[in-house]
Design a protein around this ligand. Structure first.
Ligand code: ATR
Length: 294
């Protein structure tokens, strides 16, 4: 990685991220820190790409010989139909967050699933095998979490979502992911009102935007969770959502989404570079950037 702009040469390889908006992205910070720490002649650049320009942007990235790139909101689903091949996870999830190049071909991957799995296993010491999980939400992030949990051998999943049809669709992914776990869907209100049901979960995962800007789930009583249950909240701004505050007050082991953000980045780095980034460095950079925001 380049220490200063004067070190950019004709040999420097370019990585990047496409999204709209892109100025808030923490990926350039954490990826460039890892590239620099390993002394690699790469640079990672943010590109704002409007939805109507997505297909021409992909052609442009190919023509410019960009070595690989991340994909973020709102392009993760659209990129699926624009690449030449997909990893199994990207195909199952129906979304791409990382693109690699194999010769002239662009291959779409999804490292959100492995990033989530690493966040709950390594970050929180949670073993998903045989677990009962409550998944809050059924959008793109929930799809990645469900595929990760299904592949990690959970026994049971309840999806609580505002829109039941989306939750029902998501349940069909369990089988496609090769899982024999049982699944059901319900509303957020129903699960919050059912003490026995709430007390049956080993892990609660929030994949919705509830918590951003300090918003809270109405009537979610974390003290109804069973002893030892964990909470993973994918939101990381604010770093402690009302759900996580409640967990801390109740002595429940819980984590925010910063660890998943860093872990999906580490996994993308491995795909592009072929080696591990320095352990903990990406998370450290993400946490200090988030601390500076608050
Ligand atoms: P992402 O890619 O981040 O998962 P998404 O695909 O738009 O984003 O999904 C957002 C999820 O958050 C959905 O499950 C959505 O519920 P609906 O399917 O009913 O739309 C959920 N969500 C968003 N705002 C919410 C709110 N205020 N209360 C409850 N759920 C909410």
């Amino acid at each position: 990685m380049i220490q200063s702009i004067s070190e950019l040469t004709g040999k420097t390889k370019v990585l990047g991220i496409i999204g709209d908006p892109i100025s808030h992205s923490l990926s350039p910070l954490m990826q460039n820190a890892a590239l620099r720490a390993l002394g690699l002649d790469y640079i990672y650049v943010p590109f704002r790409v409007r939805p109507e320009e997505l297909s021409t942007a992909l052609l442009g990235l190919q023509s410019l010989n960009v070595a690989g790139f991340n994909v973020t909101i709102p392009h993760k689903t659209a990129v699926v139909g624009l690449v030449d091949g997909l990893s199994r996870e990207a195909e199952l999830i129906g979304a791409v967050n990382t693109v690699t190049r194999e010769g002239a071909h662009l291959i779409g991957h999804n490292t959100d699933a492995i990033g989530f799995l690493s966040a709950i296993t390594e970050g929180m010491g949670f073993d998903p095998a045989g677990a009962s999980v409550l998944l809050l939400g059924a959008g793109g992030a929930a799809r990645a979490a469900l595929v990760a949990l299904a592949q990690a051998g959970i026994e049971n999943i309840t999806i609580a979502n505002r829109t039941q049809s989306t939750a029902e669709n998501l349940l069909s992914l369990l089988k496609h992911a090769g899982s024999r776990a049982s699944g059901s869907h319900t509303s957020l209100a129903a699960v919050c009102a059912d003490r026995a049901l709430l007390g049956s979960f080993d892990l609660v995962v929030n994949t919705t935007s509830v918590g951003m800007g300090g918003t809270a789930f109405a009537n979610f009583d974390v003290t109804w969770l069973k002893p030892g249950a964990r909470i993973y909240d994918m939101v990381y701004v604010p770093s402690e959502t009302p759900l996580l505050q409640a967990a801390r007050a109740a002595g429940i082991k819980a984590m925010n989404g910063a660890s998943m953000l860093a872990a999906q980045g580490e996994s993308a780095f491995r795909l592009w570079i072929g080696c591990d980034p320095p352990p903990g460095l990406m998370l450290e950079r993400v946490l200090s950037a988030l601390a500076a925001l608050s």
